[in-house]
Design a protein around this ligand. Structure first.
Ligand code: IPM
Ligand code: MN
Length: 355
C-alpha cells in the first residue's frame, strides 16, 4: 500500500516525539512492504514565528492532499501569559480541526499491565479499565460566536453553540463504536443547567432506540468526573461535547499512569489527524526526555483508522507494551527510577518492530 502522510511536528517536544513516531512508521512500512512518503508542514508557534500564521494555507493544502496527518503538539509559554496576543498557536490547531471537518476526537483509555502501579489510583480499580472517549471537536464553546470582550475590557464572553446536525453525527458515530465494543454509551452533559446539553440529551433520546443492542446511560459531567476516577471500568463509550471532553480526557489519562500515554484520532470529513492528547511540554523541549509513547500509539491508530491496516497497528501496540515490560521507558512512567531518553525508547521500539 502507498501511504502519503503530512507530518506536523509543531512546538516544544513536538519535533522530538514526532521524530520517534516517524521512525516507527518507517520501520512498520518497511516490514510490511508499504511505500511511505511524507512531507513536513508548519503549525503552531513555530509557524507564527516563520510565516505569521499558526495554520498557513500551505499546511492546509498539504493536509488535504495527504491520506493522514501525524501531529505533534503546539503551544508556547510566551503566549500563555499574554492575554493580549492576537495570534495564538492554539488557533492553528483549532483552524486545522475546523477546516478539515474533524468533528470527532477518539481518545481510547486503557491500561497496560506493567504500568498499573504507576497510576495514583488503586490497582484493582484501574486494572482492566478500557473505554473510549468520543469528544466532539468542532463545536461548542471552542468555536461559538460571539466571543470576546466588552469595549471597556471588563466583561468577557464565550458562547456555547450546538446544532442538531453536529450532535446527531457524533452520537451516531459513538453508537457505531459501541456496537463494535461492549455495547454501552454514556452521554455526558450538564442538562440540568445548559440549553446545549438539553439538546444533546433530547437528540440522544431520539437516537438511542435506533441502536436497541446498545445500552444508553446519561450522566452529568460533574458526576462523570468523579466516576472516571472512582469506577473507570463502568465505561465503554463515553461521548461528550468539546470542552467537557477536553477536561475529562486529561483526567482519564491518570488511569493509564501518565498523560504521556494517551493517543488520539481526529476524524470527520477530510483527512484524519493523529495526535497525542498531551501538549507541547515546553519545560522538556530539546532535552530528549519526553515520553514518545502517546505519539507512537497515535501512529498505531493511524494504521488502523486511516489505512485499515490492523496487523501493523497491533504490532505497534505490542511493541509499546513490550517496551514497558522491558522497562525501557521515559522518566514519567519509570518504576525502577532508571529513566530512558526519548530516542532510546524509539530505538527499542524500532528494533522490536524490525524483529
Ligand atoms: C487538546 C488540547 C487542545 C484543546 C489545545 C492545545 C487547544 O488541549 O487537544 O486536548 O483544548 O483541544
Ligand atoms: Mn486538552
Amino acid at each position: 500500500m502507498k501511504l502519503n502522510i503530512a507530518v506536523l511536528p509543531g512546538d516544544g517536544i513536538g519535533p522530538e516525539i514526532i521524530e520517534q513516531a516517524l521512525r516507527v512508521t518507517e520501520a512498520v512500512c518497511e516490514k510490511f512492504g508499504h511505500e511511505l512518503s511524507y512531507e513536513y508542514g508548519l503549525v503552531g508557534a513555530s509557524a507564527i514565528d516563520q510565516v505569521g500564521n499558526p495554520y498557513p494555507d500551505g499546511t492546509h493544502e498539504l493536509c488535504m492532499a495527504s491520506d493522514a496527518v501525524l501531529f505533534g503538539a503546539i503551544g508556547d509559554p510566551k503566549y500563555d501569559n499574554d492575554p493580549s496576543a492576537k495570534v495564538r498557536p492554539e488557533q492553528g490547531l483549532l483552524a486545522m480541526r475546523k477546516k478539515l471537518g474533524l468533528y470527532a476526537n477518539i481518545r481510547p483509555v486503557s491500561t497496560f499491565p506493567s504500568l498499573i502501579h504507576k497510576s495514583p489510583l488503586r490497582a484493582d480499580l484501574v486494572d482492566g479499565a478500557d473505554f473510549m472517549c468520543v469528544r466532539e471537536l468542532t463545536g461548542g464553546m471552542y468555536f461559538g460566536r460571539p466571543q470576546g470582550r466588552s469595549e471597556d475590557g471588563n466583561t468577557a464572553y464565550d458562547t456555547c453553540v450546538y446544532t442538531r446536525e453536529e450532535v446527531e453525527r457524533i452520537l451516531h458515530l459513538s453508537y457505531k463504536y459501541a456496537q463494535m465494543r461492549r455495547k454501552k454509551v454514556t452521554v455526558v452533559d450538564k442538562a440540568n443547567v445548559l440549553a446545549t446539553s438539553r439538546l444533546w440529551r433530547q437528540i440522544a433520546q431520539e437516537i438511542a432506540p435506533q441502536y436497541p443492542d446498545v445500552e444508553t446511560e446519561y450522566m452529568f459531567v460533574d458526576n462523570a468526573a468523579m466516576q472516571i476516577i472512582q469506577w473507570p471500568k463502568r465505561f465503554d463509550v463515553l461521548v461528550t461535547e468539546n470542552l467537557f471532553g477536553d477536561i475529562l480526557t486529561d483526567e482519564a489519562s491518570v488511569i493509564t499512569g501518565s498523560l504521556g500515554m494517551l493517543p488520539s484520532a481526529s476524524i470527520g470529513i477530510h483527512t484524519s489527524v493523529f495526535e497525542p492528547i498531551h501538549g507541547s511540554y515546553p519545560q522538556a523541549a530539546g532535552k530528549n526526555i519526553a515520553n514518545p509513547l502517546a505519539t507512537i500509539l497515535s501512529v498505531a491508530m493511524m494504521f488502523e483508522y486511516a489505512f485499515e491496516l490492523k496487523e501493523e497497528s497491533e504490532l505497534i501496540r505490542n511493541a509499546v507494551a513490550a517496551s514497558m515490560d522491558a522497562e525501557v521507558v521515559t522518566e514519567d512512567i519509570s518504576l525502577s527510577g532508571k529513566a530512558h531518553l526519548t530516542s532510546a525508547v524509539g530505538d527499542w521500539i524500532v528494533d522490536y518492530v524490525k524483529k
